[in-house]
Design a protein around this ligand. Sequence first.
Ligand SMILES: Nc1nc2c(ncn2[C@@H]2O[C@H](COP(=O)(O)OP(=O)(O)OP(=O)(O)O)[C@@H](O)[C@H]2O)c(=O)[nH]1
Ligand SMILES: [Mg+2]
Length: 673
Amino acid sequence: MSSTLSRELDALADWRKAMDRRVEQFGTLLGDHDLLDADGMAMVQTLRQRLSSDRLVLAFVAEFSRGKSELINALFFADSGRRILPATPGRTTMCPVELAWDASEAASLCLLPIGTRRDGLTVSALRGRMHLWQRVALPLGNPEGLAEALQEVTQTQLVSLDDARALGFWDDENPNDNPPRGDDDRVEVPAWRHALINYPHPLLKRGLVVIDTPGLNAIGAEPELTLGLLPSAHATVFLLAADAGVTRSDLAIWRDHLGDRGLERFVVLNKIDALNDPLLSAEQVAAQVQRQREQVATTLAVSEQRVFPLSARQALSARMGGDQAGLLASGLPALEQALANQLLPERGSVVGRLIEDGALALQQVTTRRINDRRRQLADQLAELGSLRGKSSSKLLMMSSRFQREAAAFEECLPRLTATRAVHSRLLQSVMRDLSSERVRLEVSRMQADSEASLFRLGAGKAFAQLGQRLAGLVDRAEKSIEEIDQMLAASHRQMNAEYGFALSAAPKPALTNYRRELKRIEAAYGRYFGLTKLWRLSERGFLGQFLQVLLSRLRVVFESAAVEVELWGKTCTAQLESQLRERRRALHSRRDAFSRIQMAGDELERRIHEVEAQSAHLLQLGERVVESVDGLRILAATVPRASATGLDADAPEAAPRLALVHTTSPHASRGAA
Ligand SMILES: Nc1nc2c(ncn2[C@@H]2O[C@H](COP(=O)(O)OP(=O)(O)OP(=O)(O)O)[C@@H](O)[C@H]2O)c(=O)[nH]1
Ligand SMILES: [Mg+2]
């Protein structure tokens, strides 16, 4: 009994695969006709890479025992016929568990020991150091073996009070949040800090990443969860239990971890089966559930449509037993439908836009090259035509004109080299402003400024100043980009007028999106400098991790901007290179033709014929390129959309997003994300 969500994910993956095939065919077409240089080929590879590595990250967050792991089992693992992730009463999952599939690795469970918390490195930094993780091979096609191996995520260990303090599980100032202390003064803490499950489950193979989190409390929570893992999720599912209502700690988790409205949030009111009461009618129970749903929506300030009453346990057992009616009664299909309806199209359109932009940029480069070649051929034709019936003295005269043209072409080269040197110098200064190293220096400066201030009172100010400095860097980069753009435009005008080139400006990158993204990060992380949160910054090790995570978010923004600027620089250079190459090629072929014509009388007509055929072939090729790009764009704009009933997923409804418009800016819709 496959779910709506899995069918929709399938449709999305098939769509990505179809796009990949088309991008590949397009690349072959361009490559076979020598229409792409190395940069263009690299761009085709980047698009394909993007299509194959696209991920959809779904995180489950709640207080312990609300049924997160059970819900994940019901949503994704019921087909295996058993409970895969451990779900038991009381605290079960002890560390964040990330389920994904990376085909370049073997199926395995990788566990990061809790002791790594001491050295202050974030989990993402430690992902690059796999020798610190413990790896357990996972059996394939054996659900029992898999479930047994995954029991490891429930492991705990007993440590001394000092160790518990050092690991961040014990806080003398907030005793209520501390774990129970044994007779021997030892404290039970999780054995692992993070678990990565690499498993070829059909949905994971389709790019889904599921994050199961442990029930949180103020002390035990890994700062990175709030700062890095949750903000990077495409959607979060927050769970409450109908039999517990909304408790104070539920609310604290909602506020601290999911309060950011930028997150796509779904709320589940789980365990509604616990409200069944032999003394009440089914209608009375349903009314109770509805009342609770309304209360939850009001308390959390979300729309009622975003609250899904369900029973994960019923759903799991109904799905395992193939009981369709039971599954419907469990309430799970409504959540799946919502996830499929709201999440997948959104995700798809991000990828679709990227492919469209890429295809358009490739089309521009190619079309320019084809037009250039055709123009050269037209010139040759005119020249050859004028030779018909000419005397040998006339031919001699034309030959010397041809020599002059070749000499003029050589003359423009030094001037081009000079322009290119200025261009590259300016571009390098932009790249320096947008470099990771520059961001790192700015963040270090903020750390030094805030540590120099008393009781971190100056931390807020240092953070605000960091924001201003980063915005200043973006402003300066934008100014330099403008300068480069104007310089190139002037140089193009001159080259076109004097040497008959057809150089045109590539649309310059706009940094507006990146500036907006910086503001968003500033707002999200600035919350930690408010009076109610400031205490966290003074917690042991928190500031260090906070800054690391902040740095990695900022880096992504700056690196993306730098990539876009670099791409623009390359496009400008590539255009020039390509026109120079075409010009040289045309000069060679004219020289060859000329010498042949001078030798034999019938050569002229043959040559005219040849050039006409080449021109016709290029025209056809141009049409094939446009057709190919149009096909790709239509496909990219037709993100598979969740079907209303979830039953006709084999023929996903098409939702064309935009009409075809040729040659819009390849940068126009590229965002910072
Ligand atoms: N009655 C009932 N019990 C449920 C339901 N969903 C989960 N449970 C049970 O509640 C207990 C806790 O579920 P888990 O999935 O382990 O909860 P969790 O949120 O993952 O908890 P931690 O891993 O400790 O953070 C288990 O015994 C589940 O079987 C439900 O819909 N109804
Ligand atoms: Mg759990």
